[in-house]
Design a protein around this ligand. Structure first.
Ligand SMILES: Cc1cc2nc3c(=O)[nH]c(=O)nc-3n(C[C@H](O)[C@H](O)[C@H](O)COP(=O)(O)O)c2cc1C
Length: 349
């Protein structure tokens, strides 16, 4: 129904405007008493066999919503009705920021992809905290955190720590986003020495907060780019071994524009930005496979990038992903995709 009736109308409009229109629509519909129950009966697959326990958390099913969709944590309660096992909010930065100038979000219809250079537009940590206080506890929440664009390199860690501290009571796991291609002055976040410093600092704060607040420390994951070469992936494996960080999310959007069907002229018109969706599917699966095989499957991996069908999700799981996330596939395929993936996992795994 989504692909035949809803998507053609949505795709007539500016992608960012439609994103926010959809938010209003979902929020409105979910206020009508019987509608959330209808969504749940349409999209949720409830089966104990789908449960996954990773880094001390039990996920009702392994299909999550990737970061960037609900940046300000304003819709996760409603989105939980669409069958997700977990929802990652953010990227949250300490201060609110407007992100890059519009237009900054583009559909690549022939490629079933998206190019975005949103640039961490979000309303900041305090808004996210207020929103997360409204959590109805229906779904596991990940907190994806980053630094403000204007922050100078010596203060990167302070930005992450501020978000970590603020969100600690409100999220189930953390993601250190060090791989967004749309934020200037990011170079340091590719540097292994710096990543060691950042992870150790977050882990230290994690221990302190769990002692003072008497709550369990929160799992911390690192989100990486799909464009890393094997040497860089070896560094990630060494980094995980050295820090014992809880897992890796592979992957973010890509700067690689080879093999796109869209014309060179259109790409030039669009300008900079990270590619997501079908064009990055194989690249991100390759990263997952490499990390999984080379590390002897020694840490959990969340697989994300170009999952538009149940087979795409199964491919990621076979490559070594323990959980999967979708973003662009959710836009192109609609909420039915979550159910299709969960059913396929039940049948195949
Ligand atoms: C419009 C848009 C905004 C995004 N914003 C974020 C973000 O704020 N933080 C983040 O970690 N990833 C962000 N992502 C990346 C997605 O979480 C995901 O890693 C990537 O799109 C690959 O998955 P997909 O092919 O299913 O979209 C964004 C992606 C898109 C398309």
């Amino acid at each position: 129904m989504y692909k035949i009736f809803i998507r053609p109308i949505f795709f007539l409009f500016d992608p960012e405007k439609i994103h926010y229109f959809t938010f209003s629509l979902i929020r409105f519909l979910c206020k009508i008493p019987f509608i959330p129950a209808i969504f749940r009966s349409m999209y949720q697959v409830n089966d104990k066999k789908l449960e996954r326990t990773l880094f001390g958390l039990t996920f009702k099913n392994p299909v999550g919503l990737a970061a960037g969709f609900d940046k300000n944590a304003v819709l996760y309660n409603e989105l939980a009705n669409f069958g997700f096992g977990f929802i990652e909010i953010g990227t949250v930065t300490p201060k609110g920021q407007v992100g890059n100038p519009k237009k900054r979000l583009f559909r690549l219809k022939d490629d079933q992809g998206i190019i975005n250079r949103m640039g961490f537009n979000n309303e900041g940590l305090q808004t996210a905290i207020q929103q997360l206080k409204k959590n109805k506890g229906k779904v596991i929440i990940g907190g994806n955190i980053g630094k403000n664009t204007q922050t100078s390199p010596e203060n990167y860690t302070a930005d992450y720590l501020e978000c970590f501290k603020g969100l600690h009571p409100h999220v189930d796991y953390f993601v250190l986003n060090v791989s967004c291609p749309n934020v200037g002055s990011h170079a340091k976040l590719n540097d292994k020495e710096y990543l060691l410093e950042l992870i150790f600092a977050c882990q230290k704060l994690n221990t302190q907060l769990s002692l003072t607040d008497k709550i369990k420390s929160k799992p911390i994951l690192l989100k990486i780019a799909p464009d890393l070469n094997n040497l860089q992936l070896d560094e990630i494996i060494a980094l995980v071994a050295e820090t014992k960080i809880d897992g890796v999310i592979a992957s973010n959007t890509s700067t690689n524009r080879a093999n796109l069907k869209v014309s060179k002229e259109r790409l030039e018109e669009i300008g900079n930005g990270g590619v997501s969706g079908q064009p990055i599917k194989n690249q991100s699966t390759k990263v997952i496979k490499y990390l999984s095989e080379k590390s002897n499957k020694s840490f959990p991996i969340i697989g994300v990038g170009g999952i538009h069908s149940e087979n795409d999700a199964l491919e990621k799981i076979k490559a070594g992903a323990d959980l999967v996330q979708i973003y662009t596939g959710f836009i192109y395929e609609g909420p039915g995709l979550v159910k299709r993936i969960n059913k396929a996992i039940l049948e195949n795994i």
